[in-house]
Design a protein around this ligand. Sequence first.
Ligand SMILES: O=C(O)CCC(=O)C(=O)O
Length: 290
Amino acid sequence: MLSEKQIRQFNEQGFVVAPGVVSEALLAGMTAQLDEWIEESRSHEQNFGPMTDGKMRFDLQDGHCPEKPGLRRVANPVDLSRAYRDVLFEGAVVEAVACVVGPNVKFHHCKLNTKLPGMETRVDYHQDHAFDPHTNDDHVTALVLLDDMSEENGCLRVVPGSHKGPRHTHYVGDDFVGKVDDAVQAMCEERAVPILGQAGDLCLMSTWALHGGGANRTTRPRRMLICDYTAADAFPLGPPMVPSPHSGKIVKGSATRLARFRDGVVELPKRYEADSFFGAQGQKTAGGMA
Ligand SMILES: O=C(O)CCC(=O)C(=O)O
């Protein structure tokens, strides 16, 4: 549960960090599973693990090799692992999300982002809504820290108040590039604040908050579990960018067939060819793919 002060901070700033939400035992289950996937990645030269849309679940950064695995993303770990379902489909994370989207909570998709030591992976500034627009804005990104997060290891950075607008284009011409333009990136670099915390902390962030983050410059990993939830009456305006058989699952309260709309206009994304968001943002993938 969040306190009234934490809910106020979420509404005013567009994000809040709640300490100690996920227990050590649950964290250990998730990191053990992730370690297995990193081990498995050593035997692959290119992204692997096809999903229903033909894209690969396991996304490897440029330079990945057996000696220095560069697994930078796992799409929808809940599809494969009980350890992730136990954290994202019930319990403290879902209760915290209900404090900001209301009593009826729907799972949309999730992913693991890892910034392993020596990897150049960064996140260019963007608003998550641009990837998966919905009929209303009761839509939150929940970020579970699997490691302590600092400026040095490539913490998430969020621009306070940016969830109140403007809503930025994520296109250059007709190309969906999954990030805001250079002028807005520069503004974000100046105004963003670091999200610092410890393993087990939870950051809740509005789907409209501008956020990004640099590379990991330490010898420690920076691993984070990221999950999109909405109110039950927020409906996606297209198929999920990262598909899961669990998408649309009610994790708290009840379902509805009544879609709630907000006024206004939203830009729709285009499906990008790359397996993951990092490719969409222009970062190279193992095997020399864009
Ligand atoms: O890994 C991070 O620090 C943020 C990732 C992110 O914003 C995303 O994957 O949409």
